[in-house]
Design a protein around this ligand. Structure first.
Ligand SMILES: [Zn+2]
Ligand SMILES: [Zn+2]
Length: 345
């Protein structure tokens, strides 16, 4: 091989984003390329091995704890445990129907694929309907959810990611939203990461009132259980509200925590995202998280035949009914798996 041929080959190797260490240690680069490559390798190693950088847990609460959020979560978890003493088949039916409406229609289809990523186009009434379904999960307003999730995609597993397991599994799972933010910090977050949502007066209204809707649903559930069904008011509230929300919380949180730690990868991506079958089953397809990080706008998160994606099937039905158009579902060509099973941290 001529010297010229050697020189033209080296930059090709440095542009290769393979994650394995053999590629990171590619042979005989020029000095400036070597430094760049070392920095990239360091960042990559930090992402894959979960090394916290400057993160210190106690520094994350400069304004103290958000006691409203923490109190709400505590009450809902106590209610979910109490539900075990108030089991009735009628309340279980309410649990499953409401879980699908609020978690699938509301969170995975509405908040995530529609509002955050624009994976399809729907009319304004349909858009607000799914936004309202999402508020019934009490995971925050659509504006709050979308802003944080877009931030997560841009900074994923890097400094500034709202919920990376690089800062610890429990931080990414359920601690990251416990610190209190000031009104100024919140406004800055919305304007920077979700200006389209912030400029919509209906979304600002939903942001101010989002907690009222699950509370109203709670009263409605009590009335139906107590008077329409007969004496099952408490059972309906504990299953239809508390237990349903707590199950939905942890399923959503597993997408932030577990699917950045365990599973396999179809694609190389600049984060730790992975595909994890049991999270996908629990979260209507959101557990195919590496697919999603690699191709964020796609409405379809399951890219292999066995990657079941209930949310996409629901979008498919919406499209057939004429309620959704421009559905982003053209899959990229899939190669072999990007790497083997993840290391456990
Ligand atoms: Zn996303
Ligand atoms: Zn992620």
């Amino acid at each position: 091989m001529s010297p010229q041929a050697t020189q033209t080959k080296a930059p090709t190797q440095t542009r290769n984003h393979k994650l394995d260490r053999h590629t990171i240690k590619s042979p005989a680069p020029r000095p400036e390329q070597s430094r760049t490559e070392e920095r990239q390798a360091g960042k990559r190693r930090q992402m894959l091995e979960g090394t916290p950088s400057t993160f210190r847990f106690r520094d994350q609460f400069p304004n103290g704890i958000n006691w409203v959020t923490t109190g709400w979560m505590t009450v809902m978890h106590v209610g979910a445990v109490a539900a075990l003493w108030y089991v009735s088949w009628q309340a279980m039916v309410a649990f499953f129907i409401l879980h699908y409406i609020t978690a699938c229609w509301g969170i995975t289809l509405g908040y995530h694929r529609l509002l955050t990523h624009g994976s399809m186009v729907v009319s304004r009434p349909v858009r607000y309907f799914f936004s309202l379904c999402g508020t019934l999960s009490a995971e925050g307003s659509p504006l709050f959810w979308v802003a944080n999730h877009r931030k997560h995609h841009v900074l994923s597993d890097h400094e500034g990611d709202p919920h990376s397991p690089n800062q610890g599994f429990w931080w990414s799972h359920m601690l990251w939203f416990q610190p209190k933010d000031t009104a100024e910090q919140e406004l800055e977050l919305f304007k920077r990461w979700a200006p389209d949502m912030y400029n919509d007066p209906v979304q600002r209204f939903l942001h101010k009132t989002f907690i009222l809707y699950p509370i109203l649903l709670g009263f409605g559930l009590f009335a139906i259980g107590q008077w329409a069904v007969g004496g099952l008011g408490i059972s309906f509230v504990l299953w239809g509200l508390c237990a349903r929300m707590v199950v939905c919380y942890h399923c959503t949180w597993f997408v932030n925590s577990a699917t950045h730690v365990w599973g396999y990868r179809n694609y190389e991506s600049t984060d730790r995202s992975r595909n994890l079958w049991w999270v996908a089953l629990l979260s209507y397809g959101e557990g195919w998280h590496n697919n999603h990080h690699a191709h964020q706008r796609l409405a379809k998160h399951g890219h292999r035949w066995y990657e079941i994606d209930v949310t996409y099937r629901t979008i498919w039905v919406l499209e057939k009914l004429g309620l959704a158009t421009n559905v982003q579902d053209k899959l990229p060509k899939l190669g072999p798996l990007a790497d083997g099973p993840a290391k456990l941290n």
